[in-house]
Ligand binder design. Structure first.
Ligand code: PLP
Length: 358
């Protein structure tokens, strides 16, 4: 089956196969990968290799720290103002969908969180024109969601904001194409789309920003302390970290982010042309220049056909196409692990379905 789940999302088969074997016994250690100490040599090797491979994959410069944090992207969102803003300081949010709203909501209790731009009035179907952003010049940071997983809206080029560092949520598009990290103060991602299983997130932050005083916070929520403790202040989610390492290694073996960028562009073009070429039978409402390459929401012309579409697509081996409850309709998530053949199979199915039910 081809799994179009938005997350937890499909993982590459070689990763799952290796994990299956090492779940039973990790490299002659006499124990499973989930049964070994995070402080032992074998796991430290996994942790260090994962960071080194991620640095290679994403071309992360040395003046950026990499943290592996327990919990999800939402956890990071709540901790951003505590770590990167002083009490009462302004933090700006560009809101282009559900996850931008979530990020704002998580920050609001700990900072003066303001909306610098929002496309909510238009139903989150476009990107806000750069000239219309109302940023605060003294903001601690400006937060942007690179790819809105539910609304299917993606910044193709995230504008920077003068001297104010940009912090971007790349949960659903990290490693999908080359990225110049030096344009950002920090980027972060929950792992469960392009990086592995849920339960761990990656935060890549400019080291000088981590030196900011921030606000009173427990050591476990303090990214400086976490960095000093190599993301192991407490027992880290070792299984998730290991799986993230395997997934990153797989992406390197496949040729790296430039190769995925090409594949992802082809996959998205194929799916959008299946939608746009259906004569209105299928529809995607996002402005063309804002369309996501990773998550493609689409609607059938008659919602009464939704149930049949889901049943028949599942029977054809195309699973998890049901849209998010916020939008309804369908959504195909086509992350790095989705092969081009999977998207071709979906496009073919859509055409057949239209012929059968048209
Ligand atoms: N940001 C984006 C863009 C997401 O897609 C998600 C989850 O799907 C989140 C944040 C929240 O992630 P988590 O569930 O790991 O907290």
């Amino acid at each position: 089956a081809y799994n179009f789940s938005p997350g937890p999302a499909a993982l590459p088969e070689p990763v799952l196969r290796q994990a299956q074997a090492e779940m039973l016994e990790y490299r002659d250690s006499g124990a499973s990968i989930v049964e070994i100490s995070h402080r032992g040599e074998a796991f430290l090797e996994v942790a260090h290799r994962t960071e080194a491979d991620l640095r290679t994959l994403l071309s992360i410069p040395d003046d950026y720290a990499v943290l592996f944090t327990a919990g999800g992207a939402t956890t990071v969102q709540a901790l951003l103002p505590l770590n990167f803003a002083n009490a009462g300081q302004t933090v700006d949010y560009v809101v282009t969908g559900h996850w931008g709203k979530t990020a704002l909501k998580q920050a609001a209790p700990s900072a003066d969180a303001r909306i610098a731009a929002s496309t909510e009035a238009g139903g989150f179907r476009s990107l806000p024109a750069r000239g219309e952003w109302t940023e605060s010049p003294d903001a601690a940071y400006l937060h942007v969601t690179a790819n809105e997983t539910i609304h299917g809206v993606e910044f193709r080029e995230i504008p920077t904001a003068g001297d104010v560092p940009v912090i971007a949520d790349f949960s659903s598009s990290i490693a999908s194409e080359p990225l110049d990290i030096t344009r950002f103060g920090a980027i972060y991602a929950g792992a469960q789309k392009n990086l592995g299983p849920v339960g761990i997130a990656v935060l890549i932050a400019r080291r000088d920003l981590l030196e900011r005083a921030g606000q009173p916070r427990a050591p476990i929520f303090d990214y400086r302390t976490q960095l000093e403790g190599e993301s192991m202040l407490n027992t880290p989610p070792t299984w998730n970290w290991y799986m993230l390492g395997l997934t990153v290694k797989w992406m390197l073996d496949e040729g790296g982010v430039a190769v995925f960028a090409e594949r992802n562009a082809r996959k998205a073009a194929l799916l959008y042309s299946a939608i746009d070429g259906s004569g209105g039978y299928y529809r995607n409402d996002v402005a063309i220049d804002a369309r996501s390459r990773m998550n493609v929401p689409f609607f059938l012309h008659d919602p009464a056909l939704d149930a049949a579409f889901l049943t028949e697509s599942k029977a054809a081996g195309l699973v998890a196409l049901k849209g998010h409850r916020v939008l309804g309709g369908m959504r195909a998530s086509i992350y790095n692990a989705m092969p081009e053949a999977g998207v071709q199979a979906l496009a073919d199915f859509m055409q057949e379905f239209q012929q059968r039910h048209g």
